[in-house]
Every structure is written in structure tokens, then in C-alpha cells.
Write a protein that binds this ligand. Structure first.
Ligand code: GRF
Length: 206
């Protein structure tokens, strides 16, 4: 007898939530065996929260300004996530660097999406960094979160060509389209038990 346990996702956001929407859509279509236990935002009044509410997902506004330091903010985040029995944490446009408190609480269970082909162009304004460097291709990277900034083991990448007339806006929008497939795909691979992590490498079974 095979027993399938629905994975409980905790999704952290800071903005418009198009990636959140892509994940919601793939769950609602039945492709991903998961439930979004909560959406946590470090900013009030972001559209990601409206998206979550429209789908009946519990939302938590958890503003970082109220905390004197990052580790205390993260400890409170961990408590919220534990309260919702979250198995897997998804950073879907969450514009905060995590401290060791979060990483230690969810080892190999935090996923981030970055709008460039890591290890190139980590950090902020990745699309502008790629344009300034003059690369012909950029894209997105789904990776596990470790103690560094955008340094964790890479699960999936998708490539987007860079055209000569691309601006930060046009490149970002092309990359986002790729993100909306890659991120749910990566979550599905984890939930379907197809991932093994070996050092820096993520092995995907057929
Ligand atoms: C995405 O482009 C992602 O790569 C970056 O933040 C953006 C979030 O967009 N980390 P959205 O809120 O999912 O629309």
C-alpha cells in the first residue's frame, strides 16, 4: 500500500506574488500534492496577500521593522511556520536574507528562486547586473537556501535569451515567465521524492 502525505508549504513573500500564484495554480490543478499552510509577508498591503486570501489561504503579516535584529525576526518566523506545521518553506519573492536561525530550523527544506543563472549575478538587481555584463543568456535558478546569499545547492535552472534591446523590465518579465514553470516544477520534484542532495549537488531521479 502506498501512502501519500500532503506536504505543507509555508510561502514567504514581499511583493506581487506572481510566483505564489503559479504555485497555487499547480496545486489546484492537482499536479502538486501539497497544501499551502500559510503565506507570510514581511510587508503589509502587498498583492501576494490578496492572491492568497482569494484562494482561502491563511495569511500572516509579519513586519521586520518591528524587530531590532534579523535573528529575532527569523526566530519569530520559525515559530509561525511551526504553528502551521510547515514541512517545506518557499521564498517566493521574499526580499530578506535569512539568518542561521531559519536555515538551522529547516535544513534542506527552504527553497528560493533567483532571477539569474547562479552563481552569476547573486543579490539584488540580478537582471540589471546581467544586462550590464552583456551576457547573451540569463534565466532563473531554483536553489536550496544555505548560510550564504544565493549560494545553496541548485535544483533547477531555466535559460532565457537576452536581446540587445532588452531593458531591466523586459528581461525581468521574460525571466518571470520561466520562473512560473521552474518553481512549481522544483517543488513537485521534492514532494514526489525525486531529489537527493549530495554536497553541493542535487541529484534528480527519473
Ligand atoms: C521574482 O522575480 C524572483 O526571482 C525574485 O523576486 C521576484 C518575485 O516576484 N526573487 P513575484 O512576487 O513572485 O511576482
Amino acid at each position: 500500500m502506498s501512502v501519500s502525505i500532503r506536504c505543507r508549504l509555508g510561502i514567504l513573500v514581499s511583493g506581487s506574488g506572481t510566483n505564489l500564484q503559479a504555485i497555487i495554480d499547480r496545486i489546484e490543478s492537482g499536479e502538486i500534492n501539497a497544501e499551502i499552510a500559510c503565506v507570510i509577508s514581511n510587508k503589509a498591503d502587498v498583492f501576494a496577500l490578496t492572491r492568497a486570501s482569494r484562494h482561502g489561504i491563511p495569511i500572516v503579516v509579519h513586519e521586520n521593522e518591528k524587530f531590532p535584529e534579523r535573528r529575532l525576526y527569523d526566530a519569530a518566523t520559525v515559530e509561525i511556520l511551526r504553528g502551521y506545521n510547515v514541512d517545506l518553506v518557499i521564498l517566493a519573492g521574499f526580499m530578506r536574507i535569512l539568518s542561521d536561525v531559519m536555515v538551522n530550523a529547516f535544513p534542506h527544506a527552504i527553497l528560493n528562486i533567483h532571477p539569474a543563472l547562479l552563481p552569476s549575478f547573486p543579490g539584488l538587481h540580478a537582471q540589471q547586473q546581467a544586462l550590464d555584463y552583456g551576457v547573451r543568456f540569463s534565466g532563473c535558478t531554483v536553489h536550496f537556501v544555505d548560510y550564504g546569499t544565493d549560494t545553496g545547492p541548485i535544483l533547477l535552472q531555466a535559460i532565457v535569451p537576452v536581446e540587445q534591446d532588452d531593458t531591466e523590465e523586459t528581461l525581468s518579465s521574460k525571466i518571470q515567465k520561466a520562473e512560473h514553470k521552474a518553481f512549481p516544477d522544483a517543488i513537485k520534484l521534492i514532494i514526489d521524492g525525486k531529489i537527493k542532495i549530495s554536497g553541493r549537488k542535487v541529484l534528480i531521479s527519473e
